[in-house]
Design a protein around this ligand. Sequence first.
Ligand SMILES: Cc1ncc(COP(=O)(O)O)c(C=O)c1O
Length: 423
Amino acid sequence: MHHFSYQNHVLFAEDCNLKEIAKQVGTPFYCYSSATFAHHVDVLNDALSATKPLICYAVKANSNQAVLSLLAKKGCGADIVSQGELMRALAAGIPANKIVFSGVGKTDEEIAFALSKDILCFNIESEPELDRINAVALDNDKKAHVSFRINPDVDAKTINRKIATGKKENKFGVDYDAALGLYQRADKMDGIIVSGIDMHIGSQITDFSSFDEAMGRLVDLAKQIIASGIALKHIDFGGGIGIPYHHDVSPPPTPKEFGVLMEKHMQGLDLDVLIEPGRLIAGNAGILVTEAIFHKQGDGKSFLIVDAAMNDLIRPTLYEAHHDIIPVDEPQDEEMMHNVDIVGPICESGDYLGENRSLPKVGRGDLIAVLTAGAYGAVQSGTYNTRPLVPEVMVHGDQFHVIRPRQEVEKIIALDSVPDWLK
Ligand SMILES: Cc1ncc(COP(=O)(O)O)c(C=O)c1O
């Protein structure tokens, strides 16, 4: 559910006319609905009320300070994967004792910084990492609370192999069969306090049998660890809940169905529960608005060339991901539809936002909206072709606020430095 809808035949974000926003900030721009973000947290809390997890929002999905501040106010914690994300989460008011630190390559500096902030937990992904965290903790006179991210060797059946993380061949997590031995080692280390167990098997998971299997394996292991005399405090089921991207494909299972699975697996296990959703909270809360530059008729192919490109939203190029794309002016019932590829100005054949889409005639200056772009959109953008990062706007009822301005090309150029011998 989201708050982008046609009102009087024009697309609105909550009560803001997107054409008006475009006039003020220019195109392209990301637009987020604060009500949708808040609603998603409420839906999750309601769906998971039986196990009452701490929602550690996966900051990587959308790390704008306004988004994080909103989620902090909704009581969320954070799942972070770098010192930068930790600094963002803390700056937005997410308390350190609600922050877990994931990722396969934490540096000593990052570990020391996180220890100095007393975060809730390090989600450890390998034995060498355990040794480093222990060493850095001892050097800093600290004790690190840790969980091991278990690789349950379960196929997450995601849409693209690049977002699957829970199979043996993926770089993530510790081997299921080796985990108990690692817990026993960690439990004896002076710089370590074993506190949890976690998993994250992939993203955009729409077949919940994968969650069912992985949760079952994680819970079995948790029971073995507890039976071996190690006191666990929490279990973390990760993120990965899929969201609808296609209006004409049946929607994925609901958060309620995820809640039913968690409740089933938590029977008889007295542990605090954590989850790390990103996409579910941010995905449908954002769109990318772009303006048509030209319509180009190729030989047997029609292209709508727009001012947003793969540097602004890389998901179609990187994952062959589908985003529904709609015109900001509502199509009329009788309007003729045309088949087009919606492409950006970047010099790459992979630069497209949508292929073979049915759109009414959209011409120069018309606006279109790429839906479900709130997660893994702006955060993955770059400046390829010296295209400045686009603005992000957050809407609240009939008000909007530019939460990141358009980058200035002069500032991008000024980052470079020409050595004297070239002058
Ligand atoms: C460790 C970890 N937790 C949580 C997430 C969030 O996943 P999603 O956005 O699919 O919920 C990710 C994303 O890849 C992740 O790597």
